[in-house]
Ligand binder design. Structure first.
Ligand code: DOR
Ligand code: ZN
Length: 349
């Protein structure tokens, strides 16, 4: 990294957690990820989820077709686990590099998770196989139960599901995705090993639950896991500022049409691709931790996945960057995170 904070040169980052959707939305949003990132882990929770090698190959083709030559990145595909997933399908997909990892959505935990897993014991043979072949398990870590408060879903998941799962499969590589709590930070730090890491989103680093209820309700800040108390936000910020290499970038950019964000069924998800990377830069600067920016954005992820670190670099300059206001879709639109706001860092073209 350059000594002068007016300009930063770092290895080109990767985004280890991205929702691109398909068809028209995919075509419109893809360039924002391609603008900043070299590789991106693509979430499989389409309406018709990516549950097989066959579907994954077709989806990857669709992604590549939607890409513009100027905004290219490598999509890394994942398999959506259901109670019918077979070890054979996963093993084949992993060895043929069709899948980089498999995603566990607890049943009805978030967008398009109706086919998610009801009980971990339903996928024991799949997890055993993943542990054996070294295939990472990406977890949406929330315990879904009407008796559990929405703000406690993540910590209950760690106690009731993650801890027993890790005891049963100690060498299974796990990413606890989009962590939002102090308990998750502590859990990952305590189990300092090569088998467990966590990704952190820019919105959970920048905001807390007060922001969701300021000047009325803010449907655009509704995501899952939901924004938590300020003490949790602080713990996440401290975790990245500590330079601990068990944490890395996963933006969880998740576009939804405006009508679906504000309708009577408001979808969870924040579309942050136009500003995610520059938001991370801002946060590291605020935390006086710019020296760890490159590790978080470009090194810790590939190390976890046993992949090479990118060769390209990107240059950031301390120049105001106005975040895109909206993307139009005929009569509809998608409004990005920090819409119309100004960040202090820009990409040097
Ligand atoms: O807020 C979220 N949106 N959280 C998720 O886990 C899924 C995502 C989506 O797909 O919209
Ligand atoms: Zn997600």
């Amino acid at each position: 990294m350059s000594k002068f904070e007016k300009k930063i040169i770092i290895i080109k980052p990767d985004d280890w957690h991205v929702h691109l959707r398909d068809k028209k939305i995919l075509n419109k949003v893809i360039k924002y990820t391609g603008q900043f990132y070299k590789r991106a882990v693509i979430m499989p929770n389409l309406k018709d989820p990516i549950t097989s090698c066959f579907k994954s190959i077709a989806y990857r083709k669709q992604i590549l077709k939607a890409m513009n030559v100027n905004y290219k990145f490598e999509p890394l595909m994942t398999c959506y686990l259901t109670s019918s997933t077979t070890p054979k399908e996963l093993e084949f997909g992993f060895f043929k590099k069709i899948f980089i990892a498999a995603k566990l959505y607890p049943h009805c935990s978030t967008t398009n998770s109706q086919q998610g897993v009801k009980a971990i014991s339903d996928i024991n043979c799949v997890l055993e196989c993943m542990e054996k072949i070294g295939m990472p398990l990406l977890i949406h870590g929330e315990e879904i139960n009407q008796n559990i408060d929405i703000y406690d879903r993540e910590s209950e998941f760690i106690k009731n599901t993650l801890e027993p799962l890790r005891n049963k499969f100690p060498q299974l590589k796990i990413v606890l995705e989009h962590i939002t709590t102090k308990e998750s930070v502590e859990y990952i730090k305590k189990h300092d090993c090569n088998y467990l890491s966590g990704t952190i989103t820019p919105h959970h680093l920048m905001l807390n639950r007060n922001d969701m209820f300021s000047s009325g309700i803010q449907p655009y800040l509704y995501c899952l896991p939901i924004l938590k108390k300020n003490k949790h936000q602080k713990a996440l910020r401290k975790a990245i500022a500590s330079g601990d290499n068990h944490f890395f970038l996963g933006s969880d950019t998740a576009p939804h049409l405006h009508k679906n964000k504000i309708g009577s069924f408001g979808c969870a998800g924040i579309f942050n691709a136009p500003s995610s990377f520059l938001s991370y830069v801002t946060i590291f600067e605020e935390m006086k931790a710019l020296k760890y920016l490159q590790a978080f954005c470009s090194e810790n992820g590939p190390k976890f996945y046993n992949m090479p670190i990118n060769k390209e670099t990107i240059t950031l300059v301390k120049k105001p960057y106005k975040v895109l206001k909206q993307i139009n879709f005929g009569k509809n639109k998608i409004i990005p995170f920090l819409s119309g706001k100004t960040l202090n860092w820009s990409l040097q073209k």
